[in-house]
Design a protein around this ligand. Structure first.
Ligand code: F6R
Length: 362
């Protein structure tokens, strides 16, 4: 059932192009996203005061990107909460709020409780979930199914990238309903992602030995980036922590000098994402701050960037896409690096210590 792969996690990483293709299928036609089955009226959307995204772990990280997309393209205020906080916090949720819950399994106890609390307060709930018959799917008012197929490895990979895809499709669809002009390049860009994802996975694997070498002997490392890159960095750090047991922290690159830079020492591994063109120069100057303390920097950049290579130890390129679409591609090398680092350390990759696939208790 692992299809010849040594672990489910590696199999699931490789299934991402297919998972993306299946999640896109029939939902995008030319310059239009079709989620008409949701039965959401433009009047309902126009009446919303805010959107609240609630999830745990990796699904929460998908929500962080969702917020940037929705606020950036729709200009509706969005709050993102981890479900275990949301439910005990008297959140700003009522009938003028759309709550989006994100859950691979659809059974996470805190997420389900947040869904119920939201409904009790009069909000409608849109679920982004991978399991059609799950509790979350059944209790939500609207459901977006991520067609990732069963995810067995504890560490989430293909669920995350299809959750991200869900947020792109939902945002564009809401934009259409609200009569807003949506950037045309996003529609064609989304359709290309499955092929580009395959390319990134292959390119990364070819170079994996040199990419994991810097982690040898280290118990700490950092992931940095700005804007969307920062949120992907957070997912990269979680992935590495949970399966390799290396302590990893993600930072908004501009925050480093407010404390964390004190931890940068000679050869400590730092993965720097520098794909957001709007903040590119700023990110490069943060990378130079790390290099000045002799950290070992692996940078992820967009194709054609020859500048970053001059300041770092290794560069990995992702194909050129609009800045908004990079997360689905940049997370792939981070997943692979985590996986291969964990294997090299002899960890039980599919079943990391202390963790369960589905957290059905509080
Ligand atoms: C990390 C991971 C977890 C889950 C979290 C939520 O790799 O898999 O952080 O994302 O437990 O699970 P779901 O999405 O099933 O609600």
């Amino acid at each position: 059932e692992k299809d010849g792969y040594p672990h489910f996690m590696l199999k699931e990483i490789h299934e991402q192009p297919t998972a993306l293709r299946n999640t896109l299928k029939d939902r995008i036609e030319g310059d239009r996203v079709n989620l008409d089955y949701l039965n959401l009226s433009p009047e309902y959307l126009k009446g919303l005061r805010n959107i609240s995204i609630v999830a745990c772990g990796t699904a929460y990280h998908a929500g962080l990107i969702g917020k940037e997309l929705i606020e950036g393209l729709l200009r509706i205020p969005v709050e993102v909460s981890v479900a275990s906080e949301f439910r005990y916090r008297n959140p700003l949720v009522d009938e003028k709020t759309l709550v989006i819950v994100v859950s691979q399994s659809g059974e996470t106890a805190d997420t389900l409780a947040a869904l119920r609390e939201s409904k009790r307060r009069g909000a409608k709930v849109l679920a982004i979930t991978n399991v059609k018959g799950s509790s979350v799917a059944r209790e939500a008012d609207f459901m977006f199914h991520t067609v990732a197929g069963p995810e067995i490895a504890v560490a989430s990979t293909k669920a995350y990238t299809t959750q991200l895809l869900g947020f792109y499709l939902i945002t564009l669809y809401f934009g259409q309903l609200l009569g807003k002009e949506m950037p045309k390049e996003l529609y064609s860009g989304l359709k290309e992602l499955p092929v580009l994802a395959e390319k990134v996975i292959n390119e990364t694997e070819k170079r994996i030995e040199s990419l994991i070498k810097p982690f040898e002997g280290w118990g700490d490392c950092f992931f940095i980036g700005r804007s969307l890159d920062w949120h992907v960095a957070e997912e990269g750090a979680l992935k590495l922590k949970e399966i390799s047991y290396i302590h990893a922290e993600a930072y908004a690159a501009g925050e480093l000098k407010h404390g964390t830079l004190a931890l940068i020492e000679k050869d400590i591994p730092v993965i720097a994402l520098a794909t957001q063109l709007e903040v590119y120069e700023k990110t490069i100057s943060n990378i130079k701050e790390v290099k000045a303390r002799e950290g070992y920097v692996i940078a992820l950049v967009q194709e054609g960037d020859t500048e970053t290579a001059k300041s770092v130890d290794q560069v990995l390129e992702i194909p050129k896409v609009p800045s908004l679409l990079t997360p689905i591609l940049t997370v792939l090398p981070l997943q692979l690096i985590s996986y291969y680092v964990a294997v090299a350390r002899g960890c039980d990759v599919d079943k990391p210590r202390n963790l369960a696939k589905s957290v059905t208790v509080e």
